[in-house]
Design a protein around this ligand. Sequence first.
Ligand code: NDP
Ligand code: BG6
Length: 513
Amino acid sequence: GLAGNSLAKEHVETQFKEEYFHFSNTENAESTLSIIVMGASGDLARKKIFPALFALFYEDHLPESFTVFGYGRHEMSDVELRNMICRTLTCRIDQRESCHVKMDEFLKRCFYHSGQYSSEEHFSELDNKLKEKEGQRLSNRLFYLSVPPSVFVDVVRCAKRCTSSENGWTRFIVEKPFGHDSESSRDLTKSLKQYLTEEQIFRIDHHLNKELVENLLVLRFSNIFFEPLWYRNYIRNVQLIFSEDFGTEGQGRYFDNYGIIRDIIQNHLLQILALFAMETPVSLNAEDIRNEKVKVLHSMRTLRLEDVVLGQYKGFSDGSTSYPAYADDPAVPNNSLTPTFAAATFFINNARWDGVPFLLVAGKALHSRRAEIRVQFRHVPGNLYNQKFGTDLDKATNELVLRVQPDEAIYLKINKKVPGLGMRLDSSDLNFLHRARYPREIPDAYERLLLDSIEGEQHLFIRSDELDAVWSLFSPLLKELEEKKVAPELYRCGSGGPIGLHYLAAKHNVHYT
Ligand code: NDP
Ligand code: BG6
């Protein structure tokens, strides 16, 4: 009865807690960790990196001995940095009562050093400060490059020469964008590898660190009933959808140089596609997983103009509310052709996926915020029950949905009988809603990626050959779009995107919802 239920609940919570904490404090007590945030005054550092570091500290995931150093050209005292961190703390932890005490403890370990990104002298000064805090212990150093890509190589050069740990590891978390096309990406890789080994480079794709994306592999490889169906004979199409209900305000300058294909599809969605479609890896270690991802990327067909639909949002006003167009942003040229929406169909030329369309959709200023992986299965052969659905046979298609955000969930659409006399069929969801089963909040993607880089776990980071394989799928198309000045189709903000999306979906027999 009730007692049994509460025992079971307690067991689940304890088990969850153990799993959740299994990375805790694995560093040796004699070692110390320095985390150096380059570009500490920037948007990403304030929004994501400091809050994630604090959440890790709050939950006892950081080693006993650690310090955080901010670095940048801004003049800032330690106290000013601490005030900045304090003001911008917006993580899931800040609601807790004990937060203030822990916050003070965390802030005491935060310091700032002002310097240029290309000055070896300034990095040597930083090295002295680091050594002062580290003392005689084994020191590990993690650099987070939260700076524009134009200074990545300078920072790595100076840090390698002047602030590498002498007795522990030195690692670098690198933020996107990793180049603009195949050539610039290769140049960046070559420059970084002048100073670093692949094992020291942690290229982020923060969507890989989302709970449901990690769960994708567990779902696929630890349940008997998914993997046998993960095949062209059963899967009709796969849709990866990323939509935001806000535009590019504040990001205009960056965005106009990149566009939605480079901002979302080339990285976040392609990474998920590779995980989704890869063959079973030999093991869960980083090299085995990344080897399989590279193979599937090499089996994919390069994107062509006829495979894509592009859109750009236009303004909207209905008297009471108004929303500016993308091109109204002062940081964006009025005649910009940069797409804020793109849909693309990919095909994988291998035995598992031959002929199965993968429809990838990404857009800004759409009607909803969602990221989903949708797998539509084929119709059941024969028509024993089909007429019971009326004419809309798509309703009878089984569908598996992984809702990555918001409100994480996994659900499976199945067909069943409507209760009562007669025989009417209906499609319902077998629904696993995360928050209903696990009341604890889900850690932010940045917490996971910081923890993985501290642990040296690279399976959710992008290897250079993967990056190269991904860029080669996009580079010819991106070049063609720029040369031919292909104009995106305008769509109203708050809508479902350009009409062309529905034509593209229909061309490949994809039921897009
Ligand atoms: P910012 O433009 O805010 O820059 C971060 C810091 O870098 C600034 O505070 C500044 O510090 C320094 N900086 C800025 N411009 C230059 C320049 N031209 N030359 C040298 N230093 C400069 O960037 P974000 O914080 O938004 O992003 C940091 C990195 O993360 C970038 O690579 C970005 O592409 C990536 N990224 C950001 C996301 C976000 O949500 N913001 C999301 C995904 C990736 P100072 O003046 O003190 O040196
Ligand atoms: C970033 C993109 O990589 O991801 C942004 O540059 C986008 O344009 C953001 O808004 C979305 O991240 P999330 O975690 O909210 O899905």
